[in-house]
Each structure stands twice: as structure tokens, then as C-alpha cells.
Design a protein around this ligand. Structure first.
Ligand code: ADP
Ligand code: ADP
Length: 226
């Protein structure tokens, strides 16, 4: 079974623009996978489809053996998504943001609290737990999004440009954290337009451009080729 299989995925937006022209991908359980491509390539569109923010035009998506068209809520339990843009309630405090997210997955209040404490601590946000999210710096908000995405302990973590606009120090500490999560068994897919990021973190890579996958390779093989 794969962690993610995408087959012939297409997206044509309402205006008629075809952002995805039939992409196919397979990501194995435990992989650290990069979807690498320039701005406008179709990365966020792909992520949007995986978390049902964007309706696909054609194709199949399967997450740990579950077809998202057959049982989206079961597929959703397997996935944690860290979007590119902050979408918090500005006035809600950090702890409530994470605990309430757990509620969407039917976790008990006690488990939700325990998980929130675990991930907020790991991400260096526990002492900010009573702050409204608007008081956090950009880097803290990004870490809060990761904690929120992990609270139901998904088997697949998907991050859309996780370190875009993040300073070098925070970028390194986020990389460390993601490596740790991956080593513990979570499959990770991230989108990036930095080759360096794909190179230093990921094992396998798909390069996307103009809505098409132009290359699938291991990072090792790609580096030999350069
Ligand atoms: P869907 O087909 O998934 O319902 P739409 O085509 O209706 O998506 O677009 C969703 C929203 O994104 C619309 O409000 C649209 O105005 C906006 N939008 C349009 N063009 C762009 C673009 N180039 N980049 C980002 N958002 C856009
Ligand atoms: P990336 O994440 O790789 O930068 P996107 O998936 O955001 O790329 O966008 C792919 C293409 O689809 C771009 O040309 C973008 O302008 C277009 N696009 C994205 N969202 C919309 C939308 N809602 N409506 C119309 N076009 C869109």
C-alpha cells in the first residue's frame, strides 16, 4: 500500500485555466517526498485537492488505500495539512487552536490536551499557550500550524512551502523537527521551490512545471546528475 497515489489528476479553474494537466505520483509509507517546482507550477493546487479546498476536475487520489472520493472523512484522518497561508482565528489562544482542531477528529478533551501539550512543547510554543494567535511572530505562527496539523497524529503530513519567508535559523530548526517526525514514522510530503530544501530533507522528489510532472527521481540520483 502507498501513503499516497495520485493518478491522472487534472484541475481546470473556473476561468478555464488548466493548472494540472494529468499528474501521477506515488509516495511510499515513511518517505520524505518533495514536490519541487517554480511559482505557478501547480503545487498549491495539488495540495488544495488533497485537503478538499480545491475540487479536482479529473483523476484519482488514494491515501493509505482510501479513495478520497469514496470516503473523504476517513482519508482526512490520515492527513495533516500545513497550508501556506495563516488561517487562524486571530483572537483565539494558541492552546485552544490546537485543542479545538482535535475536536474535529473526535478526540476526547483529555487526549486533545495531552497532544496539544506534547506538540506545542516540541515546537517551542508551550509558554505561548495563553496568547491569542495574533500576538505570535510569523515563525511562531508557522510552528503553530504544524502543531495543529499533527494533533490527530496523521500518518501523512503535507506542508505547502513550509519555510517560505522564514529566516535561516528557524528554517534549520523546522527541518530538524520534520526529520524527527519522519524518523518516528510519519510520511512527509512538502512543496518547495528551493532545491536546497528538497536536497537536504527529502529522499524522493517530483519536479512539477506548468501543471505537469517533468521528472521523478531520488534526491541522490538528482544530485549526481547536476
Ligand atoms: P474552484 O474551481 O476550485 O471552485 P475557482 O476557479 O472558483 O475554484 O476559484 C476560487 C477562487 O480563487 C475564486 O474566488 C477566484 O477568483 C480566485 N482566483 C482566480 N484566479 C486566481 C489566481 N490566478 N490565483 C489565485 N486565486 C485566483
Ligand atoms: P504553485 O503552488 O506551484 O505556485 P498554484 O497551484 O498556486 O502554483 O497555481 C498554479 C496555476 O494556477 C497558476 O498559474 C495560478 O495563477 C493558477 N491558479 C491558482 N489558483 C487559481 C484559481 N483559483 N483560479 C484560477 N487560476 C488559479
Amino acid at each position: 500500500m502507498t501513503a499516497l497515489t495520485i493518478e491522472n489528476l487534472e484541475k481546470t479553474y473556473a476561468g478555464g485555466f488548466q493548472a494540472l494537466k494529468g499528474i501521477s505520483l506515488e509516495v511510499a509509507p515513511g518517505d520524505f517526498f518533495a514536490l519541487l517546482g517554480p511559482n505557478g507550477a501547480g503545487k498549491s493546487t495539488t495540495i488544495g485537492i488533497l485537503c478538499s479546498l480545491v475540487r479536482k476536475t479529473a483523476g484519482q487520489v488514494n491515501v493509505f488505500g482510501i479513495d478520497i472520493d469514496q470516503d473523504f472523512s476517513a482519508a482526512k484522518r490520515e492527513i495533516g495539512v500545513v497550508p501556506q497561508e495563516f488561517n487562524f482565528n486571530q483572537f483565539e489562544n494558541v492552546l485552544d487552536i490546537v485543542v479545538n482542531q482535535a475536536g474535529y477528529y473526535g478526540l476526547s478533551r483529555a487526549v486533545a490536551h495531552q497532544r496539544a501539550e506534547k506538540y506545542l512543547t516540541k515546537l517551542g510554543l508551550w509558554d505561548k499557550r495563553n496568547q491569542p494567535s495574533r500576538n505570535l511572530s510569523g515563525g511562531m505562527k508557522r510552528r503553530l500550524m504544524i502543531a495543529r496539523a499533527l494533533v490527530h497524529e496523521p500518518r501523512l503530513l503535507i506542508l505547502d512551502e513550509p519555510t517560505a519567508g522564514v529566516d535561516i535559523e528557524l528554517r534549520r530548526s523546522m527541518w530538524e523537527f520534520l526529520r524527527e517526525i519522519n524518523a518516528a514514522g510519519t510520511t512527509i510530503i512538502l512543496t518547495t521551490h528551493y532545491l536546497e530544501e528538497a536536497e537536504s530533507l527529502c529522499r524522493n522528489i517530483a519536479i512539477i512545471n506548468h501543471g505537469e510532472i517533468v521528472q521523478k527521481t531520488s534526491v541522490k540520483a538528482l544530485l549526481k546528475q547536476l
